[in-house]
Design a binder for this molecule. Structure first.
Ligand code: FE2
Length: 404
């Protein structure tokens, strides 16, 4: 299982769409209305979990509908994804999540969703045409951006989205998209179609969960709306010369904290990731990578590492729980930098003898404090720059020479 998880996200060569996924279901009618005009689509789509051979498209729905995706390397849409792993044509009344598989690495695919109402006499409708690229482990270089701690702040997300770059291979949204999830009806607006932006107009999204994404009685429904490369909240991937490990730091207080109402079980998840890490760092695609980066929401280092007094409403600014069981593997692997958020203060902590990985934090929440972290790696260097979104100034930057 653990090995499969890694291969799923690292695999480099895919075959074209499997027969079951490539059969056209029905041609979209020529007079199909736009998705927006019928209201069948509850917002705009989003694309998650890019791997070298797959992409997942999420369609928030306002009513019960069948959903399928026409796609191909040109807008002629050579293939149709219209069946799930259980033999159903994807359908739901809240969200359809469709994974395109068997894709080629580093290849741009054009796609369009079609929705057909399951009740009443409503018209079949389709979305506009979007295009997204799969990950490319063998590319000579990679570019990406990192958002963190957007906390459902529409103005911040709109500004971040306006800074998107077509050349980015992925957007790493590094946790705390939400402010606790106690109302499941708010999930699509938080995770798929935030107000005023069309996330599908940007690069595909890789997620880590923040403490606010795992907090609240319906935080467990987030995975209905998003996807991760392996189906788990931790994974490893390679994009050009950079290998990345993403980790789930869970909550910022112990699972037993009374505010969690008994739903938190992140301490076992942290231990499971420790076992997974020991193995995944041995994988050739990770072990041989010129650059080695970790993404996780709560940082593994902080400027003031004091034990929080949880009875006095304090919380962890650093995941000492995670670091205690992950540190040795990260050092053995040669992790160069941990990229995090959580403390809402753009910060750079250089590597030391005791902690041979640097720690970079983005800012957060309000436009005046939020950052976009730009990443670029080629044969010469990996460079990360945390840029203030309100004026474009660079708060912190760091670069690394290749390890191998
Ligand atoms: Fe946080």
């Amino acid at each position: 299982m653990q090995r499969r998880q890694f291969i799923t996200s690292i695999g480099t060569i895919g075959t074209l769409a499997a027969a079951g996924l490539a059969k056209p279901l029905a041609a979209a009618s020529a007079d199909a209305a736009s998705a927006e005009s019928t209201g069948l689509l509850n917002g705009t789509p989003a694309v998650f979990a890019p791997t070298p051979s797959s992409l997942t498209i999420t369609l928030p729905l306002r009513e019960a509908a069948l959903a399928w995706i026409d796609y191909g390397e040109t807008p002629k849409f050579q293939f149709t994804a219209a069946s799930d792993e259980w033999g159903f044509v994807p359908h739901d009344d809240k969200v359809a999540k469709i994974r395109l598989t068997g894709l080629k690495p580093g290849t741009r695919y054009h796609w369009r969703a079609t929705l057909k109402p399951l009740k009443g006499q409503g018209k079949q409708i389709r979305t506009r045409v979007y295009s997204h690229k799969t990950l490319s482990p063998k590319a000579a270089e990679t570019r990406f951006s990192v958002w963190n701690d957007t906390h459902d702040q529409a103005a911040t997300i709109q500004k971040l989205h306006s800074l998107r770059r077509d050349e980015d291979d992925f957007l790493l949204w590094n946790g705390d998209l939400s402010n606790n999830v106690n109302d499941a009806s708010r999930l699509p607006g938080i995770y798929v179609s935030p107000k005023g932006v069309d996330l599908a107009e940007g690069p595909p999204i890789l997620l880590t969960r923040g403490n606010h994404d795992v907090r609240g009685i319906w935080a467990n429904k987030m995975t209905d709306y998003v996807d991760f490369p392996t189906g788990r909240p931790f994974y490893a991937f390679r994009s050009g010369p950079m290998a990345a490990i993403t980790l789930d730091t869970g909550e910022d207080k112990p699972d037993s904290h009374p505010s969690f109402k008994g739903v938190a079980a992140f301490e076992p998840l942290i231990r499971e990731q420790a076992h997974w890490l020991e193995r995944v760092i041995q994988h050739p695609a990770l072990r041989s990578a010129p650059y080695r980066v970790v993404f996780c929401h709560i940082p593994l280092r902080w400027t003031d590492e004091v034990q929080a007094n949880y009875d006095n409403k304090e919380w962890d600014h650093v995941s000492l729980r995670g670091r205690a069981v992950w540190h040795d593997s990260l050092v053995r692997w040669g992790a160069q930098v941990i990229v995090s958020g959580h403390n809402h203060r753009a910060t750079l902590i250089p590597a030391t003898k005791k902690f041979p990985y640097a720690q970079l934090l983005g800012g957060g929440r309000g436009i005046s404090n939020a950052t976009i972290i730009r990443g670029h790696a080629d044969a010469k260097q990996l460079r990360l720059a945390a840029t203030m979104i309100h004026d474009g100034s660079i708060a912190h930057e760091i670069s690394f020479n290749p390890l191998a």
